[in-house]
Design a protein around this ligand. Structure first.
Ligand SMILES: Nc1ncnc2c1ncn2[C@@H]1O[C@H](COP(=O)(O)OP(=O)(O)O)[C@@H](O)[C@H]1O
Ligand SMILES: Nc1ccn([C@H]2C[C@H](O)[C@@H](COP(=O)(O)O)O2)c(=O)n1
Length: 281
């Protein structure tokens, strides 16, 4: 009698634990959906979007409404290769919105300058800067479009494939920092739709970048040696030209960019149509 009473009580307790756990699990899901995903939509990219820009090895991704319709061009290149100057040129066109790198944020996050810290002590501050770069670049990619064509300076891809990779390969980023950043990056790429239609690669020699960097004279960059620009250059070449390092998310238009400014402006005009008609489909 006492034993069957105990078994009954045990069963009721188990049932209670089960229903409480299930309830709290469901609550977590709806809380998660409401809090995290409200501005976007989960869509089945296999059924709704079939262009190659969606082929990122995932069937369900977080997509901003309407983001699949605009054209996205990322301008990539070494430090001081002329990306901002190129964007400035195209910003005069009505249907193009230009998004420069959020470097002002990297120089001032709540009164701190992670860009300067990274150059002073890359092993200590590389992760700090690159985590923030990843966040701010993701924010740039997901920001609401204000024109049919978007031209962006760099991308979340080059942040990882060029700058994080360089810190790691040069021995200035500890394995654990690289592992954490890589897991963040892989999660983002697998779960969030980040369309790119064309990469415009401003191909320069490191020496020319070094001269332009000296002329620009950004205070954080005064200690950059030519060897750093050479390493960044080689990573760009392996990614976008040799295609031996990482997956390239879009077709690449290479524009040789060592020339003086008037010739560069002419080259931008020569390539205008190719750029504006790009659709990674
Ligand atoms: N074609 C060019 N010839 C000479 N100087 C240039 C040219 N393009 C840009 N510059 C100068 O070089 C520096 C770096 O250019 P910038 O557009 O800021 O490069 P990035 O955005 O790639 O770092 C700036 O001082 C800019 O005025
Ligand atoms: N992921 C990144 C991106 C940029 N930087 C650095 C390199 C430059 O000092 C600066 C901005 O580059 P620019 O627009 O002049 O080519 O930010 C970095 O360290 N990591």
């Amino acid at each position: 009698m006492a034993l069957s009473c105990c078994i009954g009580q045990f069963r009721r307790t188990l049932a209670h634990i089960h229903s409480t756990a299930a309830g709290s699990f469901n609550q977590q899901i709806s809380h998660c959906q409401k809090r995290v995903y409200r501005p976007c939509t989960w869509i089945n990219t296999q059924t709704r979007l079939l262009s190659s820009r969606t082929q990122q090895n995932c069937t369900r991704k977080l997509v901003r409404n309407g983001e699949d319709k605009k054209l996205v061009i990322c301008v990539e290149g070494n430090i001081a290769s002329g990306k901002t100057t190129c964007l400035e040129h195209f910003s005069k066109t009505n249907e193009i919105e230009v998004l420069t790198e959020p470097i002002s944020k990297w120089r001032d996050v709540q009164g701190h300058n992670p860009l300067a810290l990274m150059y002073q002590d890359p092993s200590r501050w590389g992760l700090t800067l690159q985590t923030y770069v990843q966040l701010t670049m993701l924010n740039r990619h997901l920001s609401t479009a204000s024109a049919p064509v978007r031209m962006m300076e760099r991308s979340i891809y080059s942040a990882k494939y060029i700058f994080v990779e360089n810190l790691y390969r040069s021995g200035k980023m500890p394995d654990v920092d690289f592992a954490v950043l890589s897991e963040w990056f892989d999660w983002i790429i697998q779960n969030i739709f980040i369309p790119v239609d064309l990469i415009v690669y401003l191909q320069t020699t490191p020496q020319i970048c070094y001269e332009r960097l000296k002329e620009r004279c950004r205070v954080e960059e005064t200690m950059i040696p030519i060897e750093y620009l050479e390493a960044i250059h080689q990573l760009h070449e392996d990614w976008l030209i040799n295609k031996t390092s990482f997956k390239v998310p879009a077709p690449v238009l290479v524009i040789p960019a060592d020339h003086a400014l008037p010739k560069m402006l002419h080259k931008y005009e020569e390539n205008r149509e190719k750029i504006l008609l790009a659709r990674n489909a």
